[in-house]
Design a protein around this ligand. Structure first.
Ligand SMILES: Cc1cc2nc3c(=O)[nH]c(=O)nc-3n(C[C@H](O)[C@H](O)[C@H](O)COP(=O)(O)OP(=O)(O)OC[C@H]3O[C@@H](n4cnc5c(N)ncnc54)[C@H](O)[C@@H]3O)c2cc1C
Length: 395
């Protein structure tokens, strides 16, 4: 008789797990509390739908923190494996100029989800919608819709704590903590960061992007773009610094980032351009010689003292290393992803919960972090496939 695998939560990590489980060996059921699966996956599809990132795998694995935790899963099912698999199920992908991987033009997020679901239906995976997990009975069987659900293996893929409207509300955290499973509170990641902009700056530049910049925090640097919002800054140049900013916020209740407005030039290059310019007026030099945009120039002009702005040496230093104070993260619900959830000390190397055997956690509910841009979905897919391979062999 087939062994029963109960998967709870119907996000991408659950779907990839089910896709790679051996249906000859297991009877597989996905329990999802919504009326449909993959709602957060579809939300991800509304922006740039980065299914994975095309970096060489030895570089890709370095994007995740804590280091090494996800290596075995990512190496077992790499970004190339993910793309090949998507191709096999009828979803060809392409690499954009940012090296992020997207479904080819014309393929909508819902088509990607449906292609995955069709694959699962063809292999006989059962779906139970509007089924909510609420805890365990004394024999550690999961309770779903108030009914004890006996099973051989339980896999939780309940997601993180942002975008509650998608169903990933993180309510499970309390249930797991009460069960004695090690958890950590959720914190926002890949989110906007709060800056107390000066009024005369934000009134003029709200909604404008700072393009081709590099932002650093601690020793990490992220190149890209960040949009100026009334709340602060958001965009890929700052999302990738979430672990460093969060660390400073947690210790000092504030953080400092440094913007390099001219990452392609050295400090010496910038200084020499300022000194030797044919233009006399500083603002003209910044505009014509260094091709800085209006918000970049205003940041320097409004935030620096008149002396610093007019002194080529200090101006050059600020162009290369402009400090900005971060006061907070955006709310958890607005964040693209969260950290916290299942404490990694509470699970074994095969994602099994240490104090409940044959029960596993995968995907964003585990306490790892990565920048947005395909890395999140890749890790969700890789944890699912890794566990599928493990259960196919050992289950
Ligand atoms: C705006 C936005 C844009 C994004 N863009 C990208 C992107 O471009 N690239 C990228 O890589 N990632 C992106 N992400 C992140 C990515 O979507 C998530 O990391 C991924 O969906 C997490 O997958 P998961 O399977 O772990 O959990 P989820 O997708 O969160 O799924 C968890 C499921 O569990 C269900 N559930 C929760 N509690 C219960 C319960 N008690 N009982 C039953 N079911 C339950 C939920 O309803 C949900 O369906 C984006 C996220 C957001 C919000």
């Amino acid at each position: 008789m087939k062994k029963q695998i109960t998967i709870i939560g119907g996000g991408p990590s659950a779907l990839l797990l089910a896709a790679f489980l051996d249906a000859e060996k297991f009877s597989i059921t996905i329990y999802e509390k919504n009326k449909t699966t993959g709602r957060k996956f579809l939300v991800a599809g509304k922006g740039g739908f980065n299914l994975t990132h095309s970096e060489p795998i030895n570089q890709l694995i370095k994007r995740y923190s804590p280091t090494n935790f996800l290596d075995k899963a990512l190496l077992n099912f790499t970004n190339t494996n993910f793309r090949n698999w998507l191709d096999q199920i009828g979803i060809p992908t392409y690499i954009g100029s940012s090296k992020r991987v997207y479904p080819i033009e014309g393929i909508k997020p819902i088509a990607v989800l449906n292609a995955i679901l069709n694959t699962l239906k063809e292999k006989g995976v059962n779906f139970k919608y509007e089924h909510t997990f609420s805890g365990w009975n004394n024999d550690n069987n999961p309770i779903i819709n108030n009914k004890i659900t006996p099973t051989d293996y339980t896999v939780f893929s309940l997601g993180g704590g942002s975008w509650k409207v998608t169903g990933s509300d993180g309510k499970w955290l309390d249930t797991f903590s009460k069960k004695g499973i090690k958890t950590k509170p959720f914190q926002a990641s890949n989110c906007g960061y709060q800056i107390n902009w000066k009024l005369n700056f934000i009134e003029k530049h709200e909604g404008t992007p700072l393009k081709n910049i590099a932002i650093s925090c601690n020793t990490s640097i992220q190149k890209g773009e960040a949009v100026i919002t009334t709340f602060g800054l958001e965009g890929n140049a700052i999302y990738g610094l979430s672990p460093q900013i969060r660390e400073q916020l947690n210790t000092n209740s504030k953080a400092t980032i440094f913007i390099d407005f001219k990452p392609t030039l050295t400090l010496e290059n910038v200084h020499s351009k300022l000194k030797t310019s044919i233009y006399k007026n500083t603002t003209q030099i910044l505009k014509k010689e260094l091709k800085l945009s209006a918000p970049q120039i205003d940041l320097l002009k409004i935030y620096l003292s008149k002396e610093s702005y007019l002194n080529t040496e200090s101006l050059a230093k600020n162009i290369k290393n402009f400090p900005l104070e971060i006061l907070n993260t955006a709310s958890i619900d607005e964040a693209i992803s969260t950290v916290g959830g299942i404490d990694l000390n509470g699970i074994s190397k095969n994602f099994e919960i240490k104090n409940i055997s044959n029960q596993f956690c995968i995907g964003e509910m585990l306490d790892w972090d990565a920048p947005t841009g395909g890395y999140l979905l890749q890790a969700c897919a890789s944890t699912g496939v890794y566990l599928a391979n493990y259960l196919n062999k050992n289950g």
